[in-house]
Design a protein around this ligand. Structure first.
Ligand SMILES: [Zn+2]
Length: 466
């Protein structure tokens, strides 16, 4: 199967230009002006992209399909989650496999392979959440790196569940110094936060707003600085997940100004939503995630971080729980609300609308933070994240002018609400291709359950050189 995409504007992290693209099988086989005239005769299909952007498929390196949390499970499966992602122009996810306490990394990884294989409609990779750091799991890390799972997430939050102390974090970092992997950190001081959350609850605040009030931004800043300094001592790069607060960004910026390989992502919810959304009685449960939504004054700082490359990636932390039946587990105690928001489908459009149309970032930077930078940092480049000859034909034909309204009535995520209900956005994916196959066309799914393949990813070389 050969497909020609003609007359589009190719937008990459490095620049934009008018060109046709020839897709042969699963790969990009040719890029050039006037290719249409030369190759037309041999293409099975020609897609006209006049007036549209042609971009590498989005890469979301932070999703939680079917994550067990707080006595329930995140609702999207690998099938529904990757399909929703594809509708939103994201063709690759990297999900977090979970090591349960007392079990091996292997058991956790195998469980996630079983969830994804035969179900995902687009390609996927895994990071590994480590709940125990000990001699056995440290040894297992090396094996996982060699299997294409080179990143390990640890937490300074959630005592008694995912929490690791500084010694455990440091040992894991020492191991990635040897095996070439990357430590990803959820950086909030969970021990202190739990004290404040209990105080808040005992003082009578039981609604979701308590979640936002208790998780002080300074405690994200403190933990971010601490793990960066641990990584400095271990002489390894470190990646901060879902950075939400000015204080945390300050810690990352300071480290980067010193030349340290510290990296960070933020998420659309921290750019577009705020503490105010948590305030509407129990409705606020829809917006409970950790770190929490911050006061609005943090938002311009995060945009500045994206502009100046102190933040390199925007991912979603997609972790959807229904409002009815799941978020309701926390009625009367905000500490029992399952943490997480849906978002995998909306990322590209929100960033295009709020970022590119909003005049905060260029369209090239948009492609970089949503696709190219995550591909580089997570060992997928240039197979993914690039419009280049030889790269996987994960391609989105994006209409930068089409307007639509985000709503749970029309989204494809398997969750009963949207955090962006009623928000009008400019920009949308017209056609989405995964390894040369069209998976979404004109609002209809044309892909196949199980067509997505596990991505064996390389070590974190970009993080070590940058
Ligand atoms: Zn997460």
């Amino acid at each position: 199967m050969r497909t020609l995409i003609s007359n589009g504007t190719v937008v990459t992290a490095d620049g934009s230009y008018a060109a046709d693209i020839l897709v042969d099988g699963e790969k990009i086989a040719g890029i050039g002006a006037g290719l249409a005239q030369m190759a037309n005769a041999t293409a099975d299909e020609t897609i006209d992209a006049t007036g549209k952007y042609v971009i590498p498929g989005g890469i979301d390196v932070h999703t939680h399909m079917q994550l067990p949390f707080g006595g329930t499970f995140a609702k999207d499966t690998f099938e529904t989650g990757t399909r929703a992602a594809a509708f939103g122009g994201t063709t690759t996810i990297v999900d977090f496999a979970v090591q349960s306490k007392g079990k091996s990394l292997r058991e956790g990884l195998d469980a996630w392979h079983a969830k994804a294989e035969g179900n995902a409609v687009t390609d996927y990779g895994f990071h590994m959440i480590m709940s125990d750091v000990n001699d056995d799991t440290l040894r297992e890390m090396d094996q996982l790196v060699s299997e294409g799972v080179p990143d390990f997430k640890l937490f300074t939050a959630y005592p008694g569940v995912f929490f690791s102390d500084d010694g455990a974090i440091f040992r894991a970092m020492q191991q990635t110094a040897k095996n070439g992997g990357l430590i990803m950190m959820h950086a909030e001081n969970g021990l202190a936060i739990d004290v404040i959350a209990a105080d808040t609850f005992n003082a009578g605040t039981t609604d979701p707003i308590g979640h936002g009030l208790a998780r002080y931004s300074v405690l994200e800043g403190e933990a971010t600085n601490r793990v960066i300094r641990l990584a400095q001592a271990a002489k390894v790069p470190v990646y901060i997940v879902h950075l939400s607060a000015r204080e945390a960004l300050d810690a990352v910026r300071m480290a980067r100004d010193e030349g340290l390989p510290a990296f960070a992502e933020t998420c659309p919810q921290y750019l577009f939503l705020s503490l105010d959304d948590l305030g509407n009685g129990f409705e606020g449960a829809k917006f409970v995630c950790s770190p929490p939504l911050r006061t609005q004054d943090h938002q311009p700082e995060l945009w500045k971080g994206l502009q100046k490359d102190d933040l390199q990636v925007v991912s979603t932390d997609h972790c959807p729980f229904d409002f009815h039946g799941q978020k309701e587990l926390g009625k009367g105690d905000f500490r029992k609300i399952p943490n997480g928001l849906p978002g995998v489908e909306d990322r590209l459009d929100l960033l295009h609308d709020g970022g590119v149309v909003g005049g905060k970032i260029t369209k090239e930077r948009w492609v970089e933070i949503a696709s190219t930078a995550p591909a580089k940092l997570f060992g997928m480049y240039p197979q993914k994240g690039a419009i280049a000859v030889g790269s996987d034909a994960d391609i989105v034909i994006y209409d930068p002018n089409r307007k639509h309204t985000i709503s749970a009535k029309t989204h494809h995520m398997d969750v009963d609400y949207s955090c962006y209900e009623g928000r009008a956005v400019q920009g949308g994916s017209d056609l989405v291709m995964s390894r040369g196959s069209v998976v979404v066309r004109d609002g209809k799914f044309t892909g196949m359950k199980g067509a997505g393949k596990f991505l064996k990813r390389s070590t974190a070389d970009f993080a070590r050189m940058a």
